[in-house]
Design a protein. Structure first.
Length: 341
């Protein structure tokens, strides 16, 4: 339930509504706009309805929310979009940002070289995994804390904020030292204890859509992070499983306009993991940017043939600047401002 306060409602009136909501074991999230304050009542809807808040002082009207997610709903921010500022590159609303880097941090030279090229090409953030969710337990699992250290060095050299994956709550203390954005991988989208934990860090989160997750399930997963008071969540479409076997995953670009309607959260598209092959990455990127995505996260490598992980889909550093230019132009066609650091 959303409680829309009257213009000029006093802080006592707002506090009174919050108190009543909390009395019945629900929690209240206050969202203050220029003119109006809206209070989201989170918890059992019947209990909130039984409070009769329509008649409380300062209350204008109540809006029942039918969607199971509340904090993520477009309604919650009254049409305003969330803009995430990671310390240089804004993403969301009018702002478009390109997130680029290797699938995984393999070594110093590789990481620093890729970081330099993507920074010079106008990327707004550097991606790179130190902890990797691999389908096979026999595949390279990431450099761990050594990988995190290399990402810090890349950040110091380029100024790019870091997007890196957290797979396990036991690594949260190490990852928060380095991450400007914590990536939650597709396979962990419904790891609710992990989502709660990243919610508590307060660090922006890039939440990837699960391989077989609906948009409602993605939004419910984001709700776990938002519920902890962490409002900086971006949602990432990275391809889903369908009956099609000609390519790795089906990139669901419908998710871009549909999510835009359902939520205020920034929407990012990952064409690399859907395509699985580098020559399909650019057309998908252009389509995603033109469809209004707030950001694109893409894999880049200085020696794709030698890459330990996801080499076939990595864009080579040599041509990355041209690729980035074309993507920025597509984003501009969709009315975005491009955030270059
Ligand atoms: C990745 O970003 O390298 C990755 C493993 O992504 P996903 O979780 O979408 O498969
Ligand atoms: Mn990858």
């Amino acid at each position: 339930m959303m409680i829309v306060m009257k213009e000029g409602a006093t802080s006592d009136e707002i506090a009174h509504v919050v108190e009543r909501i909390e009395e019945v074991g629900c929690s209240a999230h206050i969202s203050e706009g220029d003119l109006l304050t809206v209070i989201g009542a989170i918890g059992d809807r019947d209990r909130v309805a039984s409070l009769g808040l329509e008649g409380a002082p300062g209350v204008d009207h109540l809006v029942p929310i039918l969607k199971p997610y509340k904090l993520a709903s477009a309604q919650f921010r009254k049409g305003e979009r969330t803009v995430i500022d990671t310390g240089g590159a804004k993403i969301g609303g009018e702002h478009f940002s390109l997130i680029a880097g290797p699938c995984t941090v393999e070594g110093r030279e590789q990481t620093l070289e890729i970081a330099r090229v993507v920074a010079e090409s106008g990327a707004g953030m550097l991606r790179g995994g130190a902890y990797k969710p691999r389908t096979s337990p026999y595949s390279f699992q990431g450099l761990g804390t050594e990988g995190l250290r290399l990402l810090l060095e890349a950040k110091a050299q380029t100024g790019l904020p870091i997007v890196t994956e957290l797979m396990d709550v036991r690594d949260v203390a190490d990852v928060v030292e380095v991450a400007d954005v914590i990536q939650i991988g597709a396979r962990n989208m419904q790891n609710y204890t992990l989502l709660t934990e990243v919610g508590r860090t307060g660090i922006p989160v890039l939440l990837k859509r699960g391989l077989a997750a609906t948009l409602d399930e993605l939004l419910m997963a984001s709700e776990y992070v938002l519920k902890e008071g962490n409002t900086n969540v971006m949602l990432c479409e990275r391809g889903i499983r369908t009956f099609e076997t000609s390519y790795r995953f089906t990139l669901d670009l419908m998710a871009v306009p549909v999510l835009r309607e359902l939520t205020h959260l920034p929407i990012v598209v990952d064409p690399s993991h859907a395509a699985g092959r580098r020559d399909w990455v650019e057309p998908l990127s252009l389509a995603a940017a033109a469809a209004g995505a707030d950001g694109i996260i893409v894999e880049v490598h200085n020696e794709p043939e030698q890459a330990i992980c996801d080499g076939p889909q990595a864009l080579p550093t040599e041509t990355f600047a041209d690729y980035a230019d074309r993507v920025f132009r597509a984003a501009e066609v969709a009315g975005k401002q491009v955030a270059r650091v």
